[in-house]
Design a protein around this ligand. Structure first.
Ligand SMILES: Cc1ncc(COP(=O)(O)O)c(C=O)c1O
Length: 370
C-alpha cells in the first residue's frame, strides 16, 4: 500500500485497512501451480447460477446500452409480491454491502453517533462505520457464539444510531429465534435502528422461526437485509435488498447512486424470483451437504458448531492455520477465521457433493498425518 499521505485525504481513509477478500481461484492456481480448485471459502451457491437465470441474462444483454430504471421499480414490485409487503418497503442495492454502507452514511452522524455490533461479526459493518467517521462499540458474543442480547441493550445509548445483528450469524452459523429479535427491537433507545442482516436466512431449518419479516410492517425501527448472492447464486452480479419502513427507504434513495444496480443484475433478480425450482434444489443440496460435512468433520475429530447457514464453522484437531495452508496446496480453499479473532477455527462453505467429498478426503488425510 502507498505510504504517501496526501494532505487532502480524509483522516479516516489515511489509516484505513480495507476489506480483504480471499485469494481468487486464478491467484491460487498460479501460486500453487494447480489446474483444479475447489472453492469453499465465500459461501457461494454450490450449484452455480440457475440455467434459467443465465438464459434471461444472455437475452437481456442486448439492452446493455440502456440505463436501468432508477430505483429498480420492477424488482421492488416483484419482491413485494414475493413477500406480501408493499414495494415502498424495498430498497434494491448493489449487494447487501451497498445497503450497509447507505444505512451508515444516512442514518448516523459522524463524530457523534455510535454503531453497535457483536464481536466477532461480519467485518463490513465496522469497516464502513469507521469510514463514515462513526464510533464502533462491540459486545463479545457468548462462548457458545450465541447472542448476549441483554448486554447489547445495556450498551446501546441515546447516541447509538444502528445496531447490526447477523442472523444466522457469520462465521458461526448460530441463529436467534425471532421472538428475541423482536424484544431487542422494542428495547432499543428511540430512533435507534435494528439492522438484521439475513444474508443466510433462507438456509435455516425454519426461516419463519428466526426472521421477524412478517412483523416488519408493524415496527418502525427494523431493517432486514437480504441478498441474491447466496441462495440465488448471483454473487458476481451484485444484487441485494433492504426491507424497511418507507420513510427510511426514501432517505436512502436520496443518497444511493441512481444506477448502482445494473440492468443485467435486475433482470437476473427478477428471473431468480420466478425460478423456485433452482432455489429448492439449492436448499436440498445445502441441507444434504451440511449433514454430510458435519458428520464427517466430527468423525475426523473436529468440533463442529450447529449452523443455520450454508457453511459450517469448526475447530480442527490440528492447528487451523496449517490445515488451511495444506488444503490450499491441494487446491481446496476454505476460510481461515484469524481475521475474526478466531485463530483456532475454520469455516467451510457447503459445496456440491464432489466438492464436499474432495474436502473431506483431503482433510482426513492431513489430520491423520498429524
Ligand atoms: C453476513 C453477510 N452479510 C452480507 C454479505 C454480503 O452480501 P452481498 O454479496 O449481498 O454484498 C455477506 C457476504 O458474504 C455476509 O456474509
Amino acid at each position: 500500500m502507498s505510504t504517501l499521505r496526501h494532505p487532502k485525504v480524509q483522516p479516516q481513509v489515511l489509516d484505513f485497512t480495507p476489506y480483504e477478500a480471499g485469494l481468487s481461484i486464478e491467484e491460487i492456481k498460479s501460486a500453487y501451480n494447480l489446474s483444479w480448485i475447489v472453492k469453499l471459502a465465500s459461501n457461494e451457491n454450490p450449484l452455480g447460477i440457475s440455467p434459467y437465470v443465465r438464459k434471461v441474462v444472455a437475452q437481456s444483454a442486448s439492452f446493455g446500452f440502456r440505463y436501468p430504471r432508477q430505483g429498480n421499480p420492477d424488482l421492488c414490485l416483484a419482491l413485494a409480491d414475493f413477500y406480501g409487503l408493499a414495494p415502498e418497503n424495498f430498497l434494491v442495492s448493489n449487494g447487501s454491502d451497498e445497503a450497509i454502507d447507505l444505512l451508515l452514511r444516512v442514518m448516523a452522524r459522524p463524530g457523534k453517533d455510535n454503531v453497535l455490533v457483536f464481536d466477532p461479526c461480519f467485518s463490513m459493518y465496522r469497516l464502513q462505520a469507521r469510514l463514515c467517521g462513526l464510533k464502533v462499540r462491540s459486545v463479545p458474543l457468548n462462548r457458545d457464539f450465541s447472542f448476549p442480547f441483554e448486554q447489547l441493550l445495556k450498551t446501546a445509548d441515546q447516541d447509538t444510531a444502528l445496531v447490526f445483528v447477523t442472523n444466522p450469524d457469520n462465521p458461526s452459523g448460530y441463529a436467534a429465534p425471532k421472538e428475541q429479535l423482536l424484544e431487542v427491537a422494542a428495547g432499543l433507545p428511540e430512533d435507534c435502528l435494528l439492522v438484521l442482516d439475513e444474508a443466510y436466512c433462507e438456509f435455516a431449518d425454519a426461516p419463519g422461526a428466526i426472521s421477524p419479516i412478517r412483523e416488519l410492517s408493524a415496527l418502525k425501527n427494523l431493517v432486514i437485509l437480504r441478498t441474491f448472492s447466496k441462495l440465488y447464486g448471483l454473487a458476481g452480479l451484485r444484487l441485494g435488498y433492504g426491507i424497511m419502513p418507507a420513510w427510511l427507504r426514501e432517505y436512502l434513495l436520496r443518497v444511493k447512486p441512481p444506477f448502482s444496480v445494473n440492468l443485467l443484475a435486475e433482470q437476473a433478480g427478477l428471473a431468480a424470483l420466478r425460478d423456485g425450482f433452482f432455489a429448492e434444489k439449492t436448499l436440498n443440496t445445502v441441507h444434504a451437504g451440511k449433514s454430510y460435512l458435519g458428520r464427517e468433520l466430527e468423525d475426523i475429530g473436529c468440533t463442529v458448531f450447529p449452523s443455520q447457514a450454508n457453511f459450517l464453522m469448526f475447530k480442527p484437531p490440528v492447528p487451523a492455520k496449517s490445515l488451511h495452508e495444506r488444503l490450499l496446496q491441494q487446491g481446496i480453499i476454505i476460510r481461515p477465521l484469524a481475521g475474526y479473532g478466531l485463530e483456532d477455527y475454520l469455516r467451510v462453505s457447503i459445496g456440491n457433493s464432489s466438492e464436499n467429498k474432495a474436502f473431506i478426503r483431503a482433510t482426513r488425510d492431513i489430520v491423520s498425518q498429524g
